[in-house]
Each structure stands twice: as C-alpha cells, then as structure tokens.
Design a binder for this molecule. Structure first.
Ligand SMILES: [Zn+2]
Ligand SMILES: [Zn+2]
Length: 285
C-alpha cells in the first residue's frame, strides 16, 4: 500500500522536533506515495511563556521546504498547514491562506473557550458531558464563520482526552460504552457539522492518531465516518498526525480497511488546494 500521509508535523510546530529529512526518509522507507506537511498555525494560542506558541514564520517555512525540494527531487511532498480555528482569528487566518501557496489546509478545533481539551483544566471547568458537547458546538461555530480550509481535522478530537478515556487505560469495555453514549448524545450536532461541511464543498480526514493515543479508534470514530458517508460526504484525506517520523503512516492499513468497509472506494489528496480523488485500486500494489 502506498498511500499519501496528509497530516504530518515537523519542528515548525511547537510540539514537534522532527526534521523534514527524518520524515521524508521514513516515508521512503515505508513506501508512502507522498507526504503533505501540515504544521500548526494556531493564532492567539494562550502561551505559558513570553514566546508565542503554535505559530510559525510562513516565509521561513516555504523557503526551507523549497530548498528541500532540491534535495529530494524524486519525492513529491506537498506543503500544507493545520490551522487552529476559533473566534477572533478569522482575519489572520484568511490573510495567511490568501497570501501563501499552500497545497492543503486542515482546519481544526484545538481551543474551546480558549482552553485545549488536552489540558485537564478544560475538563475541570466544563465537566465531561458538557466538555464534549461544547467542543462540537465550537466546531459548528467555526464552520459557520467562513474560514478557508479544505478538510476539517480530527472531528472528535475531544474524545481522545476525555477523562474516561484517558484514565481508563485497560478498561476497553467501559471506554467503548462511553464513546457510544457520547456519540448518541451529540448525534444531531455531529450530523449538522457534517451537513455544513458537505454543503460548503469541504471534506474531513481520517486521522489515525486516535490509535496511538489510546482511543482505539480513528478520529472520527467509525460510526461518524459512516454518518458522513450516508449524508453524502466524499472528500476524505488520510493522515497520521505524526509529530515524530516513526508514526508516519501509522495504522494506515486499518484506516484503509475501515474506509473500505464504510463504503469508500477512494480517498483524497490535495494539490494546490484542489481535491484529487485517488481510487484505492491505484494505491494497492
Ligand atoms: Zn490537530
Ligand atoms: Zn495535527
């Protein structure tokens, strides 16, 4: 299988130290067809230091990657970004996507009411049930704001860090019950999210980091992928969300099996912001 990994972080992201070379070497070793770098750009991310966090200098990013093209002329990597979407950053985000020739833009909810569900304070403030529904409400608000993105990232990211998932390390049964309950409690909201995404001609990703983070499912969950498909969703990219080269393309075989079972016969790659549908047959050799 030689899929493209469309969600990858390098040292241009605050939470990664991976060099572009290490990622490309790993992609070549794993026989991935290509990689799209999608470093974090979260405008107005609350920083604990004097330095802004989760933002990079796009001039330096493009210059570094253009130079790298000369070093790897035969490896067709693409240049993307993972934009953190929230209230108050629309102008900066539109300026960025309007000024730089990205191949691909993932829009993601990382902050809800300026808190990251990755942090315990989020759950202490909201409680678990409200913390989950509030995340989806914020996602729907972001979608309706008019951001310029291609696919919405890890739709149910919030589940990865919910206390029941994080603390229940070995209790798979309890975790599954919790995940199913949370999906049915938020079903209408999630359907509305998918309807809006589809209506705007955008897509979603299957993000395999859920497998490496103890969720035991991709983001979004299999049930939500089926819901997206049923509502007419076709655009779907595959991404590992790797922050280290070793996780590149991780669990792609499982993701492929899930997509096939859900009824997808193709997946999507973005080149110069245009979706290219790739049939699975083309990639299975
Ligand atoms: Zn993300
Ligand atoms: Zn990411």
């Amino acid at each position: 299988m030689n899929f493209s990994d469309n969600h990858v972080h390098s040292y241009f992201s605050t939470d990664s130290e991976a060099s572009f070379e290490s990622i490309i070497e790993s992609a070549l070793e794993k026989n991935l067809s290509s990689v799209c770098f999608t470093d974090h750009m979260d405008y107005d991310f609350p920083s604990e230091t004097d330095e802004p966090e989760f933002v990079f200098d796009p001039d330096s990013y493009f210059a570094t990657l253009q130079k790298l093209r000369k070093k790897y002329p035969d490896f067709p990597f693409r240049i993307g970004v993972e934009l953190g979407l929230k209230q108050g950053v629309l102008k900066s985000a539109l300026e960025l996507t309007g000024s730089y020739p990205f191949d691909f833009v993932i829009g993601s909810t990382h902050l809800v009411d300026n808190m990251d569900p990755y942090e315990e304070i989020y759950w202490e403030t909201t409680g678990e049930t409200k913390g989950i529904s509030r995340y989806y409400e914020a996602t729907l608000e972001n979608i309706k704001q008019g951001f310029d993105y291609d696919v919405y990232g890890h739709i149910d990211y919030v589940l990865r860090y919910a206390p029941t998932i994080r603390q229940g390390k070995n209790e798979q049964h309890a975790k599954e019950a919790f995940i199913n309950r949370s999906m049915s409690e938020n079903e209408e909201l999630l359907r509305e999210i998918f309807r809006e995404i589809i209506k705007h001609g955008k897509g979603i990703e299957i993000n395999t980091a859920g497998f490496t983070k103890g969720l035991g499912h991709p983001n979004p969950h299999e049930t939500l992928l089926a819901c997206y498909k049923e509502l007419g969703g076709e655009i779907i990219t595959m991404g590992s969300d790797a922050h280290e080269a070793t996780y590149l393309g991780s669990h792609f075989e499982t993701a492929y099996a899930i997509l096939k079972k859900t009824g997808f016969s193709q997946y999507t790659e973005f080149h110069q912001r245009k979706p290219k549908m790739i049939s699975f047959k083309q990639r299975i050799k």
